[in-house]
Design a binder for this molecule. Structure first.
Ligand code: HEC
Length: 178
């Protein structure tokens, strides 16, 4: 009788132990599964954001890329002493705040949400592109319909980030390349 009880306890223990292993293994795989799902979801949201971004990118390319990307179209006066280094300083400083070299997520030392709000703010106030730049680049101000479409993209991007709780890091700081 005692023996049977012992055997019962043992088999019960084995069953419990087995169940524990099964449970821990299955919870592990479901965690991994969730991680994969989240990564895929994140990639597809980013893809949608970037597909929409392509329609407003030319606007920013024209007015902002000279100082906020690695695709600077240097003016002839960049070869002048003093002026050349002033321009280089603008580009260095501009890219620290906002780097549009790659598509979304942009490079910035701030939060992505923060920088999206700031782009809107700068366009609303007309502070960007810098006044000195606008002097030489007529029509570089982003106004009217162009401004509307940039704002629409920013708003939908913020909404998508909110809706999907999209936590994306901003791209790394630009590396010194000159
Ligand atoms: C001639 C160079 C130049 C151009 C062109 C330019 N920027 Fe800037 N931008 C800068 C510099 C320099 C800074 C950092 C100093 C400052 O805030 O004035 C800056 C800062 C910013 C910031 C951060 C502001 C803050 O308070 O942190 C935003 C956002 C920005 N620019 C957006 C834009 C947008 C959008 C465009 C295009 C419409 C643009 N910039 C065009 C040079 C430029």
């Amino acid at each position: 009788m005692k023996q049977t009880k012992n055997r019962l306890t043992t088999s019960l223990m084995i069953t419990l132990f087995g169940l524990l292993i099964v449970l821990s293994v299955s919870s592990q795989t479901s965690e991994e599964q969730t991680a994969v799902d989240t990564m895929q979801a994140k990639d597809s949201i980013l893809a949608v954001i970037n597909t929409d971004y392509q329609s407003i990118k030319p606007i920013l390319q024209k007015s902002c890329f000279d100082c906020h990307s690695d695709q600077t179209d240097y003016p002839w006066y960049h070869s002048l002493p003093v002026i050349g280094s002033m321009i280089d300083d603008h580009i260095k400083e501009g890219r620290e705040h906002l780097d549009l070299s790659n598509d979304f997520p942009f490079g910035t030392k701030e939060s992505l949400k923060g920088i999206l709000h700031e782009i809107k703010g700068e366009l609303e106030s007309g502070d960007m592109p810098l006044a000195g730049y606008q002097l030489f680049h007529w029509n570089s101000a982003i106004e009217g319909e162009a401004q509307d479409s940039v704002f629409a993209w920013i708003d939908s991007t913020l909404a998508r980030m909110e809706m999907f709780r999209l936590e994306v890091e901003s791209a790394p700081e630009p590396t010194e390349d000159h």
